[in-house]
Design a protein around this ligand. Structure first.
Ligand code: NAD
Ligand code: UDP
Length: 329
């Protein structure tokens, strides 16, 4: 009998790569998604795979799964700042009510649950690089607070279910991860710059571009998550690539990579945009014998090739994603 894993957010960027990885490792995968920010095309290649089933469902509603379940990976949540600013209440609900439902499911099925947390729990960090024992610097009432606090609550309720009910839980704090299947218009910096280069537009750097990020290629991220799930460690673990770069230097890298003749233009910095971010991965190195392997230049090239392969229509379609059908009055 194959082990069964439920992956929420399966039609999204990370969720779909996790489905691929678990299928390649011989698991039976149940994908769940309500498509609020995901896309059917990310899992289309799994359509005929007998080890893959898909359930269209909003995880903030009660979840029913027939039969046994061994593992759950909770990746459902808007992840791009533009998305979670447009759907703030859905973001809060999926991190809180959704996580509560999945913890209840894990308890009922005696399954191990891994939740996708984020570097955003550190907010605009005053400790650099960020270690897991740093409690963070988050503005609870700022526009990004809906995501950051949902994820912080998610960590708290997960630890409570672990301590009170003995549910087996794992918490990964994911730092900026990129790769094929990101949505071209989701507003995150890599698809944004690559889309602009492909359309012959100037690259929009927010603020003066001195803020930093550290970008991890998706294959490395998935390997770290996989190792964490099968480790014995219940506390949060940072998974990301410590190679840090300022956004203005990154824009220059993208200009070189894409050979665009466009220039950088500067726009206002979004409210509470963190000024620096770099994971300290000492714990992951020691605990999981994990570290990222894919250099930024290589990962960016693969990602750019993916975006280059999109149709003209996809490249030029502006983001008119209709969130209204997901919003209850
Ligand atoms: P994504 O937007 O591509 O994927 C999220 C998926 O969750 C989408 O398919 C969406 O439709 C689905 N979803 C959202 N709300 C749902 C609900 N209520 N019920 C069912 N499905 C729902 O984003 P991603 O980059 O793949 O992120 C996946 C997870 O990883 C998120 O939890 C995010 O917070 C976390 N994360 C990602 C990054 C990153 O750099 N990619 C960094 C930190 C944390
Ligand atoms: N950013 C930018 N131009 C864009 C999109 C993003 O300069 O067109 C900046 C953004 O302000 C932030 C960084 O790039 O400082 C990373 O943004 P992203 O949305 O990818 O992720 P996050 O802020 O969640 O790390």
């Amino acid at each position: 009998m194959k082990k069964k894993v439920l992956i929420t957010g399966a039609a999204g960027f990370l969720g779909s790569h996790l489905c691929d990885r678990f299928l390649s490792e011989g698991f039976h995968v149940i994908g769940m998604d309500n498509f609020i920010t995901g896309d059917t095309k990310n899992i289309k290649h799994l359509e005929d795979n007998l080890d893959f089933e898909f359930i269209k469902h909003d995880v903030t509603e009660h979840i029913t799964i027939e039969g046994s379940l061994d593992y759950i990976l909770h990746f459902a949540s808007p992840a791009s700042p533009i998305d979670y600013l447009k759907i703030p209440i859905q973001t809060l609900k999926v991190g809180s009510l959704g996580t509560h439902n999945l913890l209840g499911l894990a308890k009922a099925k005696n399954a191990r649950l891994l939740i996708a947390s984020t570097s955003e729990v550190y907010g605009d960090p005053l400790v650099h690089p960020q270690t897991e024992d740093y409690f963070g610097n988050v503005n609870t009432i700022g526009p990004r607070g809906v995501y950051d606090e949902a994820k912080r609550f998610q960590e708290s309720i997960t630890m409570a279910y672990h301590r009170f009910h003995g549910v087996e839980t794992r918490i990964v704090r994911i730092f900026n991860t990129y790769g094929p299947r990101m949505r071209l218009n989701d507003g995150r910096v890599i698809p944004a710059f690559m889309g602009q280069a492909l359309r012959g537009e100037d690259l929009t750097v927010f603020g003066d571009g001195s803020q930093t990020r550290s970008f991890c290629y998706v294959e490395d991220q998935v390997e770290g998550i996989f190792k964490l799930l099968f480790s014995d460690y219940v506390y949060p673990v940072n998974i990301g690539n410590p190679n840090e770069i300022s956004i203005s230097d990154f824009a220059e890298e993208i200009i070189k990579l894409t050979n665009t003749t466009q220039k950088v233009i500067y726009k206002d910095l979004p409210v509470n945009d963190p000024m620096q971010r770099q994971p300290d991965i000492t714990l992951a190195r020691k605990l999981l014998q994990w570290e990222p392997k894919v250099e930024r230049a290589e990962g960016m090239k693969i990602t750019f090739d993916y975006f280059k392969g999109l149709s003209h229509e996809e490249l030029y379609k502006s983001e008119h994603r209709d969130f209204s059908k997901h919003i209850k009055t």
